[in-house]
Design a protein around this ligand. Structure first.
Ligand code: ZN
Length: 170
């Protein structure tokens, strides 16, 4: 194979791969698209939105190539719309996801998630002596700095960074 042919065949391979990525995440008629999920956070996103309880069709693209992120994951949920409260839970694990509301194959609304002022029952307190780690109760955190993602435990005051938090049940 000469240099020209080789360059040609590489270009074709690249094109097919891009087409392949698009095929993996076929369009939905109505529903919610959650894009730009860091792949390592995909399963936490599924858990936070309780997608295992959702009856509608769900398409998941895992580890897709992304110009912006290297690799990303995407979830499309057919005939399902979430409340802002539900979607804002995602800010705890994936603050930079983009959300699209789809109606009749068109994007009718784009949303970003916002960190709620109070986070209940999701994040585990890093203080082993905290009452929330020793009694059967929901954890509760206040967001003290939403730029840097600093949370403070309602019960013991222990501060922790969003980047390093552990979720309840992990
Ligand atoms: Zn605590």
């Amino acid at each position: 194979m000469d240099a020209n042919n080789k360059a040609n065949s590489q270009a074709q391979t690249g094109k097919q791969k891009r087409q392949g990525d698009e095929l993996l995440v076929a369009a939905i008629k109505n529903g919610t698209v959650i894009d730009h999920i860091p792949s390592v956070k995909l399963f936490q996103v599924i858990r936070l939105l309780k997608l295992d309880d959702v009856k509608s069709a769900i398409m998941v693209g895992y580890n897709l190539k992304s110009h912006k992120m290297g690799h990303k994951s995407i979830i499309k949920i057919e005939n399902k719309y979430f409340t802002d409260e539900e979607l804002n839970l995602l800010s705890v694990v994936a603050p930079n996801v983009s959300l699209c509301i789809i109606k009749d194959f068109e994007v009718v609304e784009k949303k970003r998630v916002a960190l709620p002022a109070d986070i209940k029952g999701i994040v585990k307190c890093a203080n082993p002596k905290c009452i929330s780690n020793n009694e059967p109760m929901d954890t509760r955190f206040h967001v003290v700095d939403d730029i840097n993602g600093t949370l403070s435990c309602h019960y013991c005051g222990k501060e922790q960074d969003l980047e390093n938090v552990k979720l309840v049940g992990h």
